[in-house]
Design a protein around this ligand. Structure first.
Ligand code: ADP
Ligand code: MG
Length: 246
């Protein structure tokens, strides 16, 4: 089985602003990877690179053993962006319509088939929002909206879920329920990459941790991360930057 994601010596800058420097890491299929690092440390950028939304300046990226540039099985990837759960950033479509978008890759240009509709209803059921299916997505709470985006990924039969701070602005109870859902999806074999600012949450949930601050400070199982100095080192250096006033 090829890794879900393989990142080799990847470097990326926005113009002359370096964001990711010489990062190498492998996410095996079935892993639950927590991606952590201080604000502005390049987490979102690295995730975008992994998904082919940015092209690396140097290095290579493969998804399921294929170069990301030519990877075509987009339906295998479910991505919930940092903005996805924010209010007002969404179109006035219903929850069921959003989830149905997850089937377009399967339906092609044809009409949705009965199996497509079944997949949509099952995905709504799995994340527990069947009763919200006819509501407009922009009328949901943050936690409900984020479930809708997960359902869209499930409807597409994604086997890699990439989530960028999905619980920002979500109340504690919905957040716990959401992480419980992620756990059970991961138990079913879905690979999860989660950017999460709450280190406690991520070390509770993830089996692997990548800690970055532009460069990779640590990548390995969660236990080895907790025992390492990577966290203090990665966050400490950003603290230093803050203290260097001119
Ligand atoms: P994180 O997700 O860890 O907060 P980002 O990947 O968003 O970090 O950002 C990494 C660095 O790249 C930061 O210094 C940020 O200011 C910069 N950056 C992010 N997006 C852009 C962009 N579109 N243009 C220029 N610089 C950017
Ligand atoms: Mg980010």
């Amino acid at each position: 089985m090829p890794p879900a994601v393989s990142v080799e010596n990847v470097t990326f800058a926005y113009g002359d602003q370096p964001a990711v420097e010489d990062v190498s890491l492998t996410v095996e299929q079935g892993d639950f990877l927590g991606l952590v690092g201080p604000n502005g440390s390049g987490k979102t950028t690295l995730l975008h690179l992994m998904l082919g939304l940015h092209s690396p300046d140097e290095g290579t990226i493969e998804l399921f053993g294929e170069p990301v540039e030519t990877f075509e099985a987009g339906e295998r990837i479910g991505y919930v962006s940092q903005q996805a759960t924010e209010k007002g950033s969404t179109m006035p479509v219903t929850v069921r319509e959003v989830v149905t978008m997850g089937r377009f890759a399967h339906a092609g240009h044809g009409r949705l088939t009965e199996p497509d509709r079944t997949a949509v209803e099952e995905a709504l059921e799995t994340v527990g929002i069947t009763d919200l299916a006819d509501r407009r997505i922009n009328q949901l709470s943050g936690g409900q909206r984020q479930r809708a985006y997960i359902a869209r990924a499930l409807a597409s039969e994604a086997d890699l879920l990439a989530l960028d701070e999905p619980t920002v602005g979500v109340d504690a109870e919905s957040r716990d329920a959401f992480y419980h859902l992620l756990d059970s999806l991961n138990d079913d074999g879905i690979t999860v990459i989660l950017i999460e600012h709450d280190i406690g949450v991520v070390t509770d949930r993830a089996d692997h941790i990548a800690c970055i601050n532009r460069e990779l400070y640590h990548h390995g199982d969660t236990e080895s991360f907790v025992e390492s100095d990577a966290l203090a080192e990665a966050y400490g250096s950003s603290g230093q930057v803050l203290h260097h006033h001119h």
